[in-house]
Design a protein around this ligand. Structure first.
Ligand SMILES: Nc1ncnc2c1ncn2[C@@H]1O[C@H](COP(=O)(O)OP(=O)(O)O)[C@@H](O)[C@H]1O
Ligand SMILES: [Mg+2]
Length: 347
């Protein structure tokens, strides 16, 4: 496929806020979107078509694929069988390998170390019985994470000392605790033609396992900024990747350690909406549609803050603030831990 013609339909697996913002970006470039989502779909409000069906519904998957020109996703845990069916009908971008690698924390770490990057020390812990040996090997403190389906700190247990024995209930990896001075992330894009473009790394602050703020510039030295961008480029090149990827890094005295990768647009890239001429959502749509990547240079200092749970009650006040973009996801009722929107404040 070369450039996707105007009016083409981009299929998006997953209908959350990332799919919503991808849909808006696609429409600005003259495309339509079709959202496939088993549950409630905030993205459906701004899409051309929405399919509400489980990922096990073969007829719905087939009809979805046949109605679109290319398929992308905002959610990396789509079941393999669904992807097999979809891929037989339409191209999936980013590709299956990127999904397979990042759906499982063990495969992901094996891939990253295999291309010469540094991760936290880790051990596969297939069953509870393997935990004591892994803890003995890595020492404490350590973090046990389910291999699949974790997000926002879910599916993780922290071990303060090596005699603790809680179990996640599923195949897991044990990671040695990294004493980092900061967490940063790089949002990197790769086009169909292999062109790579990275946004400036952002500084991430988490609370209760959930991203609270991302700030640019992130305060890293020029040498580390370069390292961050080069290692992100190495990852997308190794995967022959097409689209935007989020690469989460720990900053340590020994250099950068890769925490995890996400084969999609990323919460820590929302600042690009206010800081760049072309934001991460447009960059992803450009890549998936076979268009040239856009200008991802940063033209402003920005702080992105997530509006989580009842933070959304601050919206009337936030709307009055200068230099502030308010983005709301149209999710209705707020619940603790639920991402309701975000703001981008120009510093
Ligand atoms: N090995 C580690 N050492 C120290 N902190 C960690 C480690 N792994 C995760 N964390 C902390 O927990 C947060 C969430 O872990 P992460 O692996 O990114 O899972 P999630 O998929 O939930 O984002 C990280 O952003 C970091 O603050
Ligand atoms: Mg993370």
């Amino acid at each position: 496929m070369s450039e996707l013609p105007q009016g083409s339909v981009i299929g998006i697996l997953g209908g959350g806020q990332l799919g919503r913002m991808l849909s808006v970006a696609a429409s600005r470039l003259g495309y339509r979107t079709h959202i496939y989502e088993p549950g409630a779909a905030p993205a459906g409000d701004v899409a051309h078509v929405v399919t509400t069906a489980p990922y096990e519904d073969e007829a719905a998957l087939r009809a979805f694929a046949e109605s679109v020109d290319v398929i992308t996703y905002e959610f990396e845990n789509v079941p393999t069988a669904a992807l097999d069916l979809l891929e037989s009908l339409r191209p999936i971008r980013p590709n299956r390998r990127a999904l397979a690698v990042s759906q499982d924390r063990l495969t992901e770490k094996d891939f990253l170390t295999g291309i010469g990057l540094t991760t936290a020390p880790y051990r596969n812990v297939e069953t509870e019985a393997e935990l004591p040996a892994a803890l003995a090997a890595l020492g404490a403190p350590a973090i046990l994470k389910t291999r699949r389906m974790g997000y926002d700190g879910k599916g993780q247990i922290r071990f303060g000392d090596k005699d603790q024995r809680d179990w996640t209930g599923a195949p897991s990896v044990l990671e040695g605790f990294v004493k980092f001075s900061a967490e940063v992330s790089v949002i990197v894009a790769r086009g169909v033609d292999g062109q790579v473009s990275a946004f400036d790394p952002g500084l991430n602050v988490h609370r209760e396992g959930i991203l609270r703020t991302t700030t640019v510039p992130c305060g890293l030295s020029q040498a580390l900024l370069t390292d961050a961008v080069l290692l992100a480029a190495k990852i997308v090149n190794a995967l022959d990747y097409v689209g935007v990827m989020g690469v989460e890094l720990f900053v340590t005295p020994k250099g950068l350690i890769v925490n995890e990768i996400a084969p999609r647009v990323h919460n820590s890239g929302h600042w690009t909406q206010a800081g760049c001429a072309v934001d991460q959502f447009e960059q992803h749509i450009r890549a998936v549609a076979g268009l040239p990547l856009g200008d991802g240079q940063r033209y402003a200092d920005v702080e992105m803050e997530n509006l989580i749970g009842d933070d959304v009650l601050r919206v009337p006040e936030l709307l009055k603030q200068p230099r502030t973009q308010v983005h709301l996801y149209g999710k209705g009722a707020h619940r603790p831990g639920r991402k309701m929107g975000h703001i981008n404040r120009l510093l």
